[in-house]
Design a protein around this ligand. Sequence first.
Ligand SMILES: [Zn+2]
Length: 345
Amino acid sequence: MAQKRTKFEFSPSLCHRHIMDNTPQQLSYTGGDVKTWQRKLRRKLKQLLGDTPSEKTPLNVQSIWTKQHPLGSIEKIVFTAQPHADVPAYLCLPKNATPPYNFIICVQGHSTGMHNSIAVDFKTESKKITVEGDRDFGLIAMAQGCAALCIEQRSFGLRQENHQKSSSPEYCHDAAMQALFLGQTLIGQRIYDVDRAIDYLTQRGDANLKRLAIMGNSGGGTISTFAAAVLPRIQIAMPSCYFCSFKDSIMAMFHCSCNYVPALYKYAEMSDILGLFAPKPVIIVAGKNDPIFPIKATQQQFQKLKTIYRAANAENNCQLVVGPGEHRFYANLAWPKFNQALQKL
Ligand SMILES: [Zn+2]
């Protein structure tokens, strides 16, 4: 007869943790030629991120309005990423710069969306609002002399689910789950939108493509990280409040369903994902007291990322900026590092 037990493990996460502790990550970097390793992991990652359209549809760019701002001009556009998936965006051109512009693609996290990037209210897009945590990415970029394309991510802001009935407990649940049923992931679809945004910037002809950048905080940090890993046209990245270990963040507490890529944990940790961007410059931003992406695990993963960058002869191209607060962006600490790295490109 089994020994009498007084302690039981009823929570599913306990079993998951045990599985994680006993899962060797098959394509994690363990040394050797970085490019060869990147090819293998990138191929697997793209497969896990799910199907993407087999051919690109015309962008069919529509201009909605243009407004002057003390820092430059802001144009609202809509482009078509794929059939029945239109992407609104703000194109911010700084008045203190001339073409070809340094462009940064800005993605908001879980929030009411891209209107935060230019600090106006959601409804009128003209009434000024105060944006907490330096999330007015487009305005800050313009102040730095950098042009910005602030795109709306699927399931946020103007792209929230409004067509079918939803009692979803969070922004992304329906889209994330339905994407999985189709053999896709919401992360993969959001990356596809970024890829089409790059098509738009390329088509414009006024972007310096050698300095093409991406940034975002939280759910925008997620897409900045994964897009950098798989889209070769991105040259510099500034992901914020996302880089950590999967084990200590999205696998350790509640995180939105849009974070999960089927089976990814069997192959790689977060340092491996961002390691796919080596040797290109990355400025990682973190909050010392971020409760959902714990700093200790961020620092440990950063050391692993450094190992990959060192092996790629580019140790100084990966930097970690730690702000003194919680889960937010830290513009004053991050932008000077970003500008320094940009000047070297
Ligand atoms: Zn989400």
